[in-house]
Design a protein around this ligand. Structure first.
Ligand code: SF4
Length: 318
């Protein structure tokens, strides 16, 4: 039997206590795959303003990019960061007794803004008493040496993670998914981040259009060669108001079954170098925007039970 190096175990060992991630969504952030720099419409599975009038109404008309000369939203962003952090922190403390946190800049591309804005936001997050670090979700085309240098500086004092959405290493799949980038470009940014000594996490999606389980596992083999520190696995699911939803409705897209997903996931975990920290393996959608597959809307504990059982059969303890 081998105990897997889960992110939770890693954090507990490092900080001698349980540490939870607090996700925040910062108003004014977008992504070059939505704002027209690379493409419009975004990834086929992404619910964004292009498809969802409600989301558009809730967000600012002004959005940032790497080239923005000013940021009229900064005060609002900092306020929102504080509010979202405090709310979730209260919940984690009351329900699970958690006292240390990593603030996770989750929605859209959280390095897609001028460095001055990023500095202020990261500084505000890292200045909180119970925060041991930050994790920044982004795309490979939203980073540069200036940002890496700054993150390297921050890493000297706190736990800093950069999370790249990779999803697939197959260019045909990336194109079908409308990712607006090639694997070669993604790989270049990951390697650069590692050259700066940063903690890198990659997101991989299983079940993207036209990707077979064999191709998914090839992707895991490839990504394992890059020296990344952590990985998140997601099943591809269809939510309303996305391009994928249209394809699903006209039967042009069929999601993975739960059995197929778990089988591929177990094989993928067996491929990973043992020191890669596994951050996530199940779907986490609990609202009525989910169209398919239905099992992705199941209680996460139920999904985890099945995944743990399948891993255990292979001698792996999650
Ligand atoms: S990169 Fe992220 S935010 Fe941008 S379109 Fe794709 S899923 Fe949406």
């Amino acid at each position: 039997m081998r105990e897997l190096n889960t992110f939770g175990r890693y954090l507990k060992k490092r900080f001698k206590t349980r540490v939870y991630k607090i996700p925040v969504s910062v108003v004014g952030f977008t992504c070059p795959n939505i704002d027209g720099k690379v493409a419009r419409g975004g990834c086929v599975y992404c619910e964004n303003e292009s498809f969802s009038p409600n989301l558009a109404n809730n967000r600012s008309k002004f959005t940032l990019s790497l080239d923005s000369l000013q940021n009229p939203l900064l005060d609002l962003q900092l306020e929102e960061l504080d509010r979202q952090y405090e709310e979730t922190k209260k919940h984690f403390l009351r329900n699970y007794g958690i006292k240390r946190y990593i603030i996770y800049f989750q929605s859209f591309s959280n390095t897609y803004a001028p460095l001055e804005t990023l500095k202020k936001l990261y500084e505000r997050a890292l200045g909180k008493k119970d925060v041991v670090g930050i994790s920044i979700g982004t795309r490979a085309d939203c980073v540069n040496d200036e940002i890496f240098k700054h993150l390297k500086e921050l890493s000297k004092k706190k736990e800093i993670w950069i999370e790249f959405g990779v999803q697939s290493t197959n260019d045909e799949v990336l194109q079908k998914t409308n990712r607006g980038e090639t694997y070669k470009e993604i790989k270049k940014s990951i390697i650069r981040a590692k050259e700066y000594g940063l903690n890198v996490c990659v997101h991989m999606i299983f079940g993207l259009p036209k990707e077979t389980p064999q191709m998914m596992l090839e992707g895991i083999r490839e990504i394992s060669t890059l020296g990344v520190d952590s990985i998140k696995f997601h099943p591809c699911y269809v939510v309303k108001n996305t391009i994928l939803a249209n394809d699903y409705m006209v039967k042009k897209y069929e999601p993975l079954s739960e059995d197929e997903y778990i089988k591929t996931l177990v094989e993928a975990i067996k491929i990973l170098p043992p020191d890669i920290k596994i951050q996530r393996v199940a779907a986490g959608i609990s609202n009525d925007t989910l169209l398919a597959p239905k099992w992705c809307g199941d209680d996460k504990n139920k999904q985890m039970k099945k995944i743990k059982k399948a891993l255990l059969k292979e001698g792996l303890i999650y």
